[in-house]
Design a protein. Structure first.
Length: 277
């Protein structure tokens, strides 16, 4: 598995979307991001799980929704899905779907934190997680929207070892797994520390962010990198998406979109004020 990206325990590692109409969802996301979608479920087995690839590398997936609501999900890498899932209720959360093998790819579980934000656990086997990230058409970031930062950290930290850090330069509250940057430097990104020399301390350890709000229900939100926000928004609208808002911020030009079946996500163009990390 030389050259493949691996994710230590506690690092956000994978995203997928549950969609009522998989064929329509495939057309939308292939048209928006240039994805190729391939069913990972054998032809003689029930159901479908479409792995999205870009340049031949795994970037996410689309699966069937159990109801009429589409949603994007974020998964957190764990060493042992059964052990972590067993600890969730004691920390105040709930297990929505108990750990189960996802074919030879790995073992997964669905959970919710005490505020109701749903997330997945992923114990990797053959599928190690997203192999291409932070380039146009791929996953950039996941944000936890929660009404109570302290309550959220009291839940997530014992399970995943997270640290909440208030970053400088308007970057907000970042979630870190200490040592993750060193892991990247030793594996797939040897130049990360040098490249991020001008970033806030600890930025290489960041695995997500935390947004305190009572304006929306607690949830995990997914952001994708795009080369040009306006072009991507125009394409999304042509394919049937709704633009909920757009903003030009210090580091990004972004837009919040709702896909044709109702799943919300953000597209983000990186526009640093000085230099590039």
């Amino acid at each position: 598995m030389a050259g493949q990206r691996t994710y230590p325990h506690g690092v956000t590692c994978w995203i997928d979307s549950q969609q009522p109409d998989l064929e329509a969802a495939s057309e939308f996301y292939a048209g928006l991001f240039g994805w190729t979608l391939t069913d990972a479920v054998p032809a003689d087995a029930p159901g479908s799980y479409l792995i999205a690839t870009l340049d031949g590398q795994d970037v996410g997936a689309l699966g069937p929704a159990t109801g009429s609501t589409a949603v994007w999900n974020t998964y957190i890498a764990v060493d042992d899905a059964d052990a972590t899932a067993a600890a969730v209720p004691g920390a105040g959360g709930s297990v929505l779907a108990p750990p189960a093998d996802a074919g030879p790819g790995g073992r997964a579980a669905a959970c919710a934190d005490p505020a109701g934000a749903e997330f997945g656990l992923w114990q990797a086997r053959r599928r190690l997680g997203a192999q291409l990230t932070n380039v146009p058409g791929t996953w950039n970031f996941s944000d936890l929207y929660t009404p109570d930062r302290d309550a959220a950290m009291a839940f997530y930290t014992p399970l995943f070892g997270w640290v909440a850090a208030d970053m400088e330069q308007g970057a907000g509250t970042m979630l870190q797994v200490p040592g993750y940057g060193d892991h990247l430097a030793a594996t797939v990104d040897p130049g990360i520390h040098e490249r991020q020399a001008g970033a806030p301390p600890g930025f290489a350890d960041v695995i997500g962010s935390l947004v305190v709000t009572t304006d929306v229900p607690a949830h995990w939100h997914v952001t994708f990198t795009v080369a040009d926000r306006d072009d991507s928004v125009a394409t999304a609208e042509r394919l049937g998406a709704t633009v909920l808002r757009s903003a030009d911020e210090l580091w990004t030009r972004n837009a919040l979109l709702r896909d044709p079946q109702g799943a919300e996500f953000t597209v983000s163009q990186f526009t640093p004020p000085t230099g590039d990390w």
